[in-house]
Ligand binder design. Structure first.
Ligand code: MSP
Length: 650
C-alpha cells in the first residue's frame, strides 16, 4: 500500500466564462471531487479549488456578441457553473473568480516583483496571435499558416509589449522534468513536453496586451497602458487562492499543490509556462500536473458546430447525478480519450448499477427483513464452517486495502471496477450459501444470521469505497443498512463487525431502477431522452414474424427457486416460490413429471416477469418459467453462475 500523503491540495483548470459549462468541464470537476472525497475518506487534510477564468479576449468577444459588458458576461455565466457544481454535488473548498480583488492584487504584486527583478522587460513584438487559444506564435510555429494548437486562422500582430524571460529557464525545466518522474503525468505527456522543449528554442513569453487592443484584463502595475495576458493572470489562481502574498500561514499549509488536473489541450501552458513562472517567482513546484484525455461523441470531437456536445444537465435530469458521476469515472481510463454515447451509458448503468450493485443491495436488505426480523443480525461465528464467509471478506477487504495505491496511481476506472468485482462476489456468495435454503432447516438461525451479517458487512465496505463517486446513493445505502454516522471512514472500513446488531434496516427503494430503453434507429449523439413506457404488445404480423418491439415487450428475468412443492390433485404441476431480485413470486409450472421439488431449490431459472397472473387448478401463478422440451424430455432454461436473481434476459 502506498503511503497516504500528509495533505492533499487538488485543482481544476479555471473555466472560461464565454459559454455555459459542458461535459468536459463537468468531467474535470467530478474527477477532482472524487479525488478530494477519497482523500477525505482517508482522513487526509484536503483542499479542493475550482473557479472561473474571467479575463481575456474570449470573454470580451462573448460579451460583445451578447451586447453586454464583460463583467456582466462573467456575472451571468459564473452562476451557470456554480449551479451545475451544486447539482453535481461538488464539494470544492473554494471557488475563485479571476475578477475578484483577492486575485487581482496577487497578480499585480507578482508582476511588480518580477519586473523589479528584471524577469519582465519591454520590447517590440512581431508575430501571430490565435484568439481561440489566446496565445502568440512565431512564424516558425505556424502549421500551414495556421495555429499549431487548434488549426484555426491566426492574426498578424506588431506591437510593444512586456515579456517574461521564459527562455532562460529552458535547460532548467528539461532537467527538472527528467529528474522528477511523476511531475507531469501520465508519463507520455512528460515526454510530449520534453519533446517540445528539446526540439526548439523556448521564446520569452509575451505577458501583456495593450489596452488599445484589449482592455478586459488586470492592469500592469508598472504601465497603465497595458493589461495582463490572460494565461499569466489565470495560472496564478492556483497560488492566489491559497494565500500567496496575502496569508503566509495558509499558503504554507497547502502549497505545493498535490495535483493540478488539466485536459490534454492545456498541457503546454501548465507544464512550460507555469513551472517557469513559479521558478522565477521563487516558489516551489507543484507535485504533479495530470493531463486527462477528451470526451468524444462516439469517435468524433465534441463541438458546438457539430451539435454533438453533451449537456450535463440533460444527463442528470434523465438518469440522476450519481449515475452520471459513476459513468464518467468508470468509463474513462485516465490519460486516454473516451467516448460518450447514451447507449454506452445505459448499458453500463444497467449492468453495473441496476443488475449488480442495486440487486445485491436489495437482496441483502430483503433477506434481512425476511429472515432476521428487519434487524441487522448477530455477526457471531459458532460451530459451523465459515470458509465461504472468510473468503468473501478477504476478497472485499483486499480491494479496500488496494484503494490508496490505486488512487495515488490515478487508476480510478480500475479502482471502481475492482469494487464492482467485489459486489459481484457478494452475489455469487449468496448463491452458493443460499441462506433461503438454510433458513428452512432446523437449528440454522445462527448460521443464517452470520451469512447475512457477512454479506451486509461486505456491502458496507463496497458502499464506502464507492461513496466518493456516488455520495448520495451510497449514503442512502448506508442508512438502509442501519448506520447512523453520516460519512464513511477508511480506518474503520476493514474491521469486521462495524454494523450494529439489532439496528433496523430499511428499504431505500430501488437504488438504481433499470433503464428500459426502446431499440431505435438513432444517432449515438442524439439528445438523451427520458425513459419511455413500454409499447403495447401488437398482434403478430400476417407473415408470422413479430417486431423487435414485440420481443422487447416480454420482460424476461432470472429468478432463484426458493421453495418448491407438489399441488394436490395436479400430478403435472409444481408450485414454486422464486426470488426475482426485488420481490418474491409464486409460479405454477407443468414440470412435476420432470423435476422433483427438492431438485429445483437454488436453481437460477428464467421467468416471464410481466405475464398477467392466472390461476391453475385454483393456485395463482404470477409468471411463467421457460423450459425446453423435446419428445418426452423437458429441461429448465437456467443461467450459468455469477448472475443473481432479477437480471434481465435478452
Ligand atoms: N481557462 C482555461 C484554463 C485556465 S487554467 C489556469 C481553459 N478553460 S476552458 O473552459 O476552455 O477549458 C477547461 C478544461 O475543459 C480544459 O482542461 C479542457 O481540456 C477541458 N475540456 C474541454 N472540452 C473537453 C472535452 N470534450 N473532454 C474533456 N475535457 C475537455 O482552458
Amino acid at each position: 500500500m502506498s503511503e497516504k500523503p500528509s495533505k492533499y491540495y487538488v485543482t481544476t483548470p479555471i473555466y472560461y466564462v464565454n459559454d455555459k459549462p459542458h461535459i468536459g468541464h463537468s468531467y474535470t470537476t467530478i474527477l477532482a471531487d472524487v479525488l478530494a472525497n477519497y482523500h477525505r475518506l482517508l482522513d487526509v487534510p484536503t483542499y479542493f479549488l475550482t473557479g472561473t477564468d474571467e479575463h481575456g479576449q474570449k470573454v470580451q468577444q462573448a460579451a460583445d456578441a451578447n451586447g453586454i459588458t464583460p463583467q456582466e458576461q462573467c456575472d451571468q455565466t459564473v452562476v451557470r457553473f456554480q449551479e451545475l457544481w451544486k447539482r453535481l454535488e461538488i464539494t470544492h473548498d473554494d471557488f475563485i473568480r479571476t475578477t475578484e480583488e483577492r486575485h487581482k492584487s496577487v497578480v499585480q504584486a507578482t508582476l511588480q516583483d518580477l519586473y523589479d527583478r528584471d524577469e519582465i522587460y519591454k520590447a517590440e513584438y512581431e508575430g501571430w496571435y490565435c484568439v481561440g487559444c489566446e496565445r502568440f506564435f512565431t512564424e516558425k510555429d505556424l502549421v500551414d499558416g495556421n495555429c499549431p494548437e487548434c488549426g484555426r486562422k491566426v492574426d498578424s500582430i506588431v506591437e510593444s509589449n512586456y515579456f517574461f524571460r521564459m527562455s532562460k529557464y529552458q535547460d532548467w525545466l528539461i532537467q527538472y522534468i527528467e529528474e522528477n518522474t511523476g511531475f507531469i503525468q501520465p508519463a507520455f505527456r512528460a515526454n510530449e513536453t520534453l519533446g517540445f522543449l528539446k526540439n526548439k528554442e523556448l521564446q520569452d513569453l509575451c505577458i501583456s496586451r495593450p489596452k488599445s487592443r484589449l482592455a478586459w484584463g488586470i492592469e500592469l502595475p508598472f504601465d497603465s497602458d497595458f493589461v495582463t495576458y490572460v494565461w499569466f493572470d489565470a495560472l496564478i489562481n492556483y497560488v492566489s487562492a491559497v494565500g500567496y502574498k496575502s496569508d503566509e500561514e495558509q499558503f504554507k499549509k497547502w502549497w505545493p499543490c498535490s495535483c493540478h488536473l488539466i485536459g490534454k489541450d492545456i498541457l503546454t501552458t501548465h507544464t512550460v509556462y507555469w513551472p517557469t513562472m513559479l521558478k522565477a517567482m521563487g516558489v516551489e513546484m507543484p507535485q504533479s500536473i495530470f493531463a486527462h484525455g477528451w470526451w468524444l461523441t462516439g469517435r468524433t470531437k465534441m463541438s458546438k458546430s457539430l451539435g454533438n456536445v453533451v449537456n450535463p444537465m440533460d444527463m442528470i435530469d434523465s438518469y440522476g447525478v450519481d449515475a452520471f458521476r459513476y459513468f464518467l469515472i468508470a468509463e474513462m481510463t485516465l490519460g486516454q480519450d473516451a467516448s460518450f454515447t447514451e447507449e454506452a451509458f445505459v448499458k453500463r448503468y444497467n449492468s453495473d448499477l441496476a443488475n449488480d450493485l442495486g440487486n445485491v443491495a436489495s437482496r441483502v436488505l430483503n433477506m434481512i427483513s425476511r429472515y432476521c426480523d428487519g434487524k441487522i443480525p448477530e455477526g457471531v461465528k459458532a460451530d459451523f464452517d465459515t470458509m465461504l464467509e472468510d473468503a468473501l471478506w478477504g476478497e472485499v477487504t483486499a480491494v479496500a486495502e488496494n484503494m490508496t495505491a490505486m488512487i495515488s496511481d490515478m487508476k480510478l476506472d480500475a479502482s471502481v471496477a475492482q469494487v464492482m468485482g467485489a459486489v459481484r462476489k457478494i452475489n455469487v456468495y449468496l448463491q452458493e450459501r443460499a441462506p433461503w435454503s438454510l433458513a428452512k432447516e432446523n437449528g440454522t438461525e445462527a448460521q443464517v444470521a452470520y451469512c447475512l451479517y457477512s454479506a451486509a458487512e461486505c456491502l458496507r465496505v463496497c458502499a464506502a469505497l464507492l461513496y466518493p463517486v456516488m455520495p448520495e446513493k451510497m449514503l442512502a445505502l448506508r442508512t438502509a443498512l442501519g448506520m447512523s454516522d453520516a460519512k464513511p471512514q477508511m480506518d474503520k472500513l476493514t474491521k469486521f463487525g462495524v454494523l450494529e446488531s439489532g439496528a433496523a434496516v430499511s428499504q431505500p427503494g430501488a437504488l438504481f431502477p433499470r433503464i428500459e430503453r426502446e431499440k431505435k434507429e438513432e444517432k449515438s449523439d442524439e439528445k438523451p431522452k427520458k425513459q419511455q413506457p413500454p409499447k403495447k404488445k401488437k398482434e403478430p404480423a400476417a407473415d408470422g414474424l413479430i417486431t423487435f418491439d414485440q420481443v422487447m415487450a416480454v420482460n424476461l428475468k432470472t429468478a432463484v427457486v426458493l421453495e418448491a412443492s407438489a399441488i394436490e390433485g395436479a400430478d403435472k404441476l409444481l408450485k414454486l416460490q422464486v426470488d426475482l431480485g426485488d420481490e418474491k413470486r409464486q409460479l405454477v409450472a407443468g414440470i412435476a413429471q420432470h423435476y422433483k421439488p427438492e431438485e429445483l431449490i437454488g436453481k437460477t431459472i428464467v421467468v416471464v416477469a410481466n405475464l398477467k397472473p392466472a390461476k391453475l387448478r385454483g393456485v395463482e401463478s404470477q409468471g411463467m418459467l421457460l423450459a425446453a422440451s423435446s419428445g418426452d424430455s423437458l429441461k429448465l432454461v437456467t443461467v450459468e453462475g455469477g448472475i443473481g436473481p432479477g437480471a434481465s434476459v435478452k
